[in-house]
Design a protein around this ligand. Structure first.
Ligand code: IMP
Ligand code: MG
Length: 198
């Protein structure tokens, strides 16, 4: 597996530092908003929604840096990036969780690429009358954005390269690599990207 890697783009030490600083900013912003509401029980109302499967490692590290009471519900989205596919776009593979009204929702994803995934989920969540919606992504590939969406919190802006590791996959593999890495062209099937991303 390690022989398939061309280079490490972001190593585990740097990721850990950035996850900690995202968590601190997020916790501070949530605390400020909850305090302003003057509701002693308000910290029961933070709901994290990680978008599976890519965010699995990121969210595991992120939640352990968040000091407040929170709950978590997973959702799954499929994204079809190819120019060749008629059904280009994102679609929900699971139900949205119940009971989002009045909650401070935090959407967590591994990477903001075209932006279709986060835009879809964000718009569906907004229909459920949450108290607020925030978006957190570890990676931001701005050059590839196809829809106008900016993350509220982003760990790293990266160039237009296909990356794996720390939860991100190529064709279902490499999620367990601890660093964010670029594959050798022969391991990544030439220039072609996988048809379905998650
Ligand atoms: P979107 O294009 O912003 O909708 O991103 C769709 C999904 O594609 C993300 O949630 C990731 O799971 C996946 N994805 C996008 N770029 C990469 C990449 O470079 N490596 C691995 N997965 C990716
Ligand atoms: Mg994903």
């Amino acid at each position: 597996m390690h022989g398939d890697i061309e280079k490490i783009l972001i190593d585990r030490g740097l990721i850990a530092e950035r996850v900690q600083s995202i968590a601190e900013r997020l916790a501070e912003d949530l605390r400020r908003e909850l305090t302003a509401e003057g509701d002693a029980e308000a910290d029961h109302r933070v709901l994290l929604i990680p978008i599976m499967t890519g965010s699995i490692v990121f969210v595991a590290d992120l939640i352990r840096c968040l000091p407040m009471k929170l709950s978590m519900e997973l959702i799954a989205v499929s994204s079809y990036p190819g120019q060749t596919m008629a059904s280009k776009g994102a679609h929900l593979k699971s139900e949205l969780p119940d009971g989002m009204a009045g909650k401070h929702v935090v959407l967590v994803d591994d990477i903001l690429d075209s932006g279709r995934t986060l835009q879809l989920v964000r718009s569906l969540v907004l229909e459920k009358s949450p108290a607020s919606v925030r978006t957190v992504v570890l990676l931001d590939k701005r050059a590839r954005r196809a829809v106008p969406i900016e993350p509220d919190y982003a760990g790293f802006e990266i160039p237009d390269e296909f990356v794996v590791g720390y939860g991100l996959d190529y064709d279902g593999f490499y999620r367990n690599l601890p660093d964010i890495s670029v594959l050798k062209p022969e391991a990544a099937g030439g220039d072609e990207k996988a048809g379905v991303l998650g």
